[in-house]
Design a binder for this molecule. Structure first.
Ligand code: MN3
Length: 197
């Protein structure tokens, strides 16, 4: 398949004051775009040319690092943009709330686990809320890795590469993760992924 850079699901100033237009200019306009461009160069004429993005990710993992890293980062960033919305966080659909309570005990315990997962991902990577074996759990992944290669279904994600937060938060990764849960996360997106899982 040909990788594409999707338009953001909101304007670049829609997440102010939590995420700035400058962050989107670099993170979506340059980083995400580079994964698209580099991935397309590597996929052209290869065995991956006719495959879906998901199939390209799972079949290149551990075999073709160039294709895997770029294809997975295209998927991960698109998933990340959709994991946020203006005036996010806060109240969640009942189906999500009950599954969070069943799996973590309470919303507070989920928040602590998600933030800790992001903080303790040493170096670059991602923290995810996933469904695995019918239960919600926190998964952290290094670099471009994602839940698709670990038998899990992603529900929401936060990018913890430094380029995701350095303009707006400098080195304060914990503050960025707390803001993601409190003010940015799109629980309706989470619900649609849960229903499809
Ligand atoms: Mn990123």
């Amino acid at each position: 398949m040909t990788l594409i850079l999707p338009a953001l699901p909101y304007a670049t100033d829609a997440l102010l004051p939590h995420m700035s237009p400058e962050t989107f200019e670099y993170h979506h306009g340059k980083h995400h775009q580079a994964y698209v461009d580099n991935g397309n160069k590597l996929i052209a004429g290869s065995e991956f040319e006719g495959k879906s993005l998901e199939k390209t990710i799972t079949s290149s993992f551990g075999k073709n690092p160039g294709v895997f890293n770029n294809a997975a980062q295209v998927y991960n960033h698109t998933f990340f943009w959709n994991s946020m919305k203006p005036s996010g966080g806060g109240a969640m659909p009942g189906s999500v709330a009950s599954m969070i309570n069943d799996s973590f005990g309470s919303m507070d315990e989920f928040r602590t686990a998600f933030v800790q997962g992001g903080i303790t991902q040493f170096g670059s990577g991602w923290v995810w809320l996933v469904v695995k074996d019918g239960k919600l759990e926190i998964m952290k992944t290094p670099n471009a890795e994602n839940p698709l290669v670990h038998g899990a279904t992603p529900i929401v994600t936060c990018d913890v590469w430094e380029h995701a937060y350095y303009i707006d938060y400098r080195n304060a990764r914990p503050k960025f993760l707390e803001t993601f849960v409190d003010n940015l996360v799109n629980w309706e997106f989470a619900e649609s992924n849960l229903l499809a899982a």
